[in-house]
Write a protein that binds this ligand. Structure first.
Ligand SMILES: C[S@@+](CC[C@H](N)C(=O)[O-])C[C@H]1O[C@@H](n2cnc3c(N)ncnc32)[C@H](O)[C@@H]1O
Length: 210
């Protein structure tokens, strides 16, 4: 079955520029004493490099060994550091409770069935300290799901979760969160901002409640 590892093997660095709001987040994180950041589903490292460059201690976690090799190559070339782990986000993360001051995850957590997504969110919560930040982005579907991403031939496998039957991400599950659902799954977080970015991804900026 196709997966992100295959995409990275074929295409290399698919994402290069950081998310449009990363600079703003850096200012927020610096203002609030953030030191350690986990990039969950770090891919080939665009945010590891960006965040390491501005002085954070960064860790990357991803299920694609190809992505992690490319990320390490990028970091090495730039003289930057990050701790990276290969693993699946629906399984326990290899970090202690409350280890991170912030977790960023750009276009990642939706790649699963809802039960597995809930396991991921519970792990995010566990490894984040109280008051720590999350910045998470997930794709949106328009009011007519059958029209969105038409060419992907989305096949629904549970409520809100689809597997594209064609296109570059065919075979990879995509859960399309509603705004309501995001409020529900992040119930243990204080939502500071929820908005749709320029690439049609819904962004959640929140802090972990005590
Ligand atoms: C759309 S890419 C985004 C990569 C990166 N966050 C970025 O913004 O450049 C999705 C990433 O999620 C990772 N991923 C997908 N399913 C995963 C899983 N079950 N566990 C860990 N990582 C996963 C993929 O390997 C890929 O790197």
């Amino acid at each position: 079955m196709p997966d992100w590892d295959k995409i990275f093997k074929e295409k290399g660095y698919v994402f290069v520029d950081p998310h449009q709001d990363m600079s703003r987040l850096v200012t927020l994180f610096h203002t609030h004493g953030v030191r350690r950041i986990l990039d969950l589903g770090c891919g080939t490292g665009r945010h590891l490099a960006f965040l390491s460059q501005v002085g954070f201690e960064v860790s990357g976690f991803d299920s694609s060994s190809t992505a992690l090799e490319l990320a390490m190559k990028w970091l090495k070339e730039e003289g930057l550091r990050a701790d990276v782990h290969l693993g699946r986000m629906e399984e326990p993360f290899p970090y202690h409770d409350g280890f991170f001051d912030a977790v960023v995850s750009i276009q990642v957590i939706h790649h699963n069935l809802m039960n597995d997504i809930l396991a991921t969110i519970s792990e995010i919560e566990r490894v984040l300290k109280i008051g720590g930040y999350i910045f998470i982005t997930v794709p949106t579907l328009g009011p007519k799901p059958e029209k969105a991403e038409d060419d992907w031939k989305l096949h629904q496998i549970e409520k809100g979760t689809f597997i594209p039957q064609s296109g570059p991400e065919s075979g990879i599950p995509h859960h399309y969160f509603t705004e309501d659902e995001l409020h529900k799954v992040f119930i243990n977080f204080q939502i500071l901002e929820m908005y749709v970015d320029d690439t049609n991804h819904r962004c959640v900026l929140a802090t972990k409640k005590s």
